[in-house]
Write a protein that binds this ligand. Sequence first.
Ligand code: NAP
Length: 284
Amino acid sequence: MSITGHAKLAGIAGWPVGHSLSPRLHGYWIAEHKLDAAYVPLPVRREDFAATVALLPKLGFRGLNVTIPHKEAAFALATEHDEAAKATGAVNTLVFEDGRIIGKNTDVIGVIGMFHDAGITTLAGKTVTVYGAGGAARAVVFALTQLHASQIWISNRTQSKAEELADRFKGRGNTQIAAISDVDPLRASDVLINTTSVGMVGADHTPEPWRSSDFRKDGIVADIVYRPLETQFLHMGRAMGAKAIDGLGMLLHQAVPAFAAWFGIEPKVTPALRTYMLEALKGD
Ligand code: NAP
């Protein structure tokens, strides 16, 4: 589709950025809505990020997604933050508006959307174990509190980070949150969610932080890793009879509020979009 000199612009800044599926995702919606717009990959080194954020609004960009290694810098450069960014201390989306730089964390909406797609609109009364305590885990834990999970256990290779994450969200709503070590009774969890990079294409897979005895036949397993779509974690959960939720839903749903903020249209996450995105994941 062709664009004019008035095209609305946005993109994703990362280093590297070539693996990102976001240009394909936003490109789908731009074409669907026949917008005069473009969403481009921007390979930006760490040392160039601040200068890039200063320049892009002057070039007409509406905003940016940010990925590794820019999420912390994006938080620091934002002149204001939405509630999710404040709560998580992490930003994955910038909106440039009238000289302001608004930092958003749309991953939280991504996680909530991923559960909604699986028919889960509340986790009230449920115990959830979160594996991992990195940047994405913050969005996951915040989303779980928004879904009213009753108890969240956080298990991480580096225990101190699990404790920091638990402390960050303690006292929110009625959710009880605690860091656990591997001797704790994970089997009591209704939902297990992997937020580590274990299982991701190209990542170190061993040792896996979970055991087959962690999985419950009547439970739910969710993985935010989506390359490959069917991770070993999901495979183990399914093999135990659990309901499995893959990470593509989070990717699709986190993009919705960003697209709406930049281009003024709230796009839909549809089965056709999911099929289109799955084509790009074939062969992982
Ligand atoms: P991060 O900040 O680097 O955190 C990585 C986490 O993985 C940490 O908890 C780390 O533990 C743990 N980990 C790494 N290798 C491990 C191993 N061998 N054994 C046990 N734990 C290990 O990364 P992130 O930004 O949170 O991203 C994590 C994953 O989520 C990535 O695969 C990313 O692609 C995915 N993600 C998906 C979406 C989506 O839209 N679906 C969005 C964001 C991220 P330590 O603290 O001990 O190092």
